[in-house]
Design a protein around this ligand. Structure first.
Ligand code: SAH
Ligand code: F3S
Length: 448
């Protein structure tokens, strides 16, 4: 019999990308599933969902509608729904979409093999959206590298409970993987050619991993130093950190650890103290500015990006003006911005909101225009400079070019030999493109 085929569609954040890769790994080990990029030929379809905003959640049921026909064509096929929508809705998914055979949460994906068997044996939807602590990581097969960069999840969940956010409810409260388990995974990846790791967590700077059998814990800064010592690892990134817990040790890591990339994503959400208070973010605008100032002192040339929520309930013109001021003051090189979306079960969903949608949309486009100017200016400022680039893959648009990223996380396309993947090469940035950069390989390398 030919090996069964698995198709995984991922919505949402990098943690979901990581989880999807792990789903494929556990099912390859248990049932010999081979991953396919063509849903048509799959025997099992998995949808790894996101519920951070309403739009993401709506996409789930429209996707499942499309998959119903696929299942009608061959009822032996299986459909599974995982991720944050599954976590929140559980059994209700099966009521609304009876074609679904399995429902699992972010913390139960390692139980997929049993759920597949159960769904097959019982002929009805198998559901497990519990939070069995950190058991997941003990049950996963050894990682498989896909190229020279990799994500590694170091903690799960979030205990910050920002008033607008579903994550603490869908992914549970914060729980860190033991240090040894993280280091082993990264060493295995490095052995397979990985040169850059991104340490992942919803609130990754709350990482407190157990060290061996001691009662001592390792924080993110110390973890970064350990990772830097793993042979083969040349670059380290982390995401997402929270401003309130962005402490001295992590700031110092930017000064002391050259393998830590010159890029920091630190979501601020708003520039208004009144709104930050209502969001329960736990810092003020002044706190945020002070921290950014200190990291930039620690690492001159650091590129800073952020997230904004526009149109939080009751956001006034004045609050919004404070956000625009903050953008000018910090000079973010890049930012992601979202229209506030009320999430059921979160405290902010009960707040009165008299701001018309039109006003919110105008604010969003004004903010995005402003951010775009900074983004353009940043890419323009790189033209003429020489940047070490980790070569990751052939460029999307081909032309025989390769693509890689600079330390500040921007993609550069340039002519290079195909066997340069996984190497750090010096590239002169020659021009900017729509969302990336173009460059030219230097003949005489400046750095290794
Ligand atoms: N852990 C990250 C956030 C994860 S969610 C942090 O510490 O900030 C990613 C981004 O989605 C958030 O930074 C926020 O800007 C946005 N977001 C979260 N909940 C949202 C909501 N209810 N409506 C709109 N945007 C939201
Ligand atoms: Fe969400 Fe705030 Fe945690 S945005 S992920 S509750 S830090």
């Amino acid at each position: 019999m030919p090996a069964p085929k698995l198709f995984v569609l991922t919505h949402g954040c990098q943690m979901n990308e990581y989880d999807s890769a792990k789903m494929a790994d556990v099912l390859a080990r248990s049932h010999g599933y081979i991953r396919t990029h063509d849903a048509e030929e799959a025997d099992l379809l998995l949808l790894n969902t996101c519920s951070i905003r309403e739009k993401a959640q709506e996409k789930v049921f429209s996707e499942l509608g499309r998959w119903r026909d696929w299942k009608n064509a061959d009822p032996r096929r299986l459909i599974g729904v995982g991720g944050c929508v599954a976590s929140q809705e559980g059994q209700a998914i099966a009521r609304r979409a009876p074609q679904v055979d399995l429902v699992f949460g972010p913390q139960t994906l390692h139980r997929l093999p049993q759920l597949v068997d159960q769904a097959r044996a019982e002929g009805r939807t198998a559901v497990d959206v519990s939070f069995p602590e950190i058991e997941k990581f003990d049950c996963l097969p050894a990682p498989r590298a896909e190229g020279p960069t990799a994500f590694v999840s170091v903690m799960e969940g979030c205990s910050k409970y920002c008033s607008f956010c579903v994550v603490p409810y869908t992914r549970g409260t914060e729980i860190s993987r033991p240090l040894d388990s993280v280091l082993l995974e990264i060493a295995q990846l490095a052995g397979q050619g990985v040169r850059e790791v991104t340490l992942l967590g919803q609130n990754v700077n709350a990482y407190r991993g157990r060290m061996g059998d001691t009662d001592e814990t390792c924080d993110l800064a110390l973890l970064i130093h350990y990772v830097a010592q793993i042979p083969g690892i040349l670059r380290i990134r982390f995401t997402t950190s929270h401003p309130a817990e962005f402490g001295d040790a992590l700031i110092e890591a930017f000064a002391e650890q050259p393998k830590l990339c010159a890029y920091l994503h630190l979501p601020v959400q708003s520039g208004s103290d009144r709104i930050l208070g209502m969001m329960k973010r736990g810092y003020t605008r002044a706190d945020f500015l002070r921290k950014i100032g200190r990291v930039r002192e620690a690492r001159p040339g650091l590129s800073v990006s952020t997230d904004f929520i526009v149109g939080f309930p009751g956001e006034t013109d004045d609050d919004f003006a404070r956000t625009l001021e903050l953008i000018a003051e910090v000079g973010f090189d890049c930012a992601y911005s979202f229209l506030y979306s009320a999430r059921p079960g979160t405290p902010a969903a009960n707040l009165r909101d008299g701001v018309p949608l039109e006003v919110k949309q105008q604010r969003l486009s004004m903010l995005q225009h402003r951010i775009r100017q900074f983004d353009d200016a940043f890419r323009q400022s790189l033209v003429g400079s020489v940047q070490p680039v980790l070569v990751e893959r052939p460029a999307r648009l081909g032309h025989g070019q390769m693509a890689g990223r600079i330390s500040a996380n921007r993609v550069v396309n340039f002519d290079a030999p195909a066997d340069s993947i996984g190497r750090v090469l010096d590239v002169r940035i020659t021009e900017t493109a729509a969302n990336s950069l173009r460059g030219q390989l230097l003949d005489t390398p400046l750095a290794a």
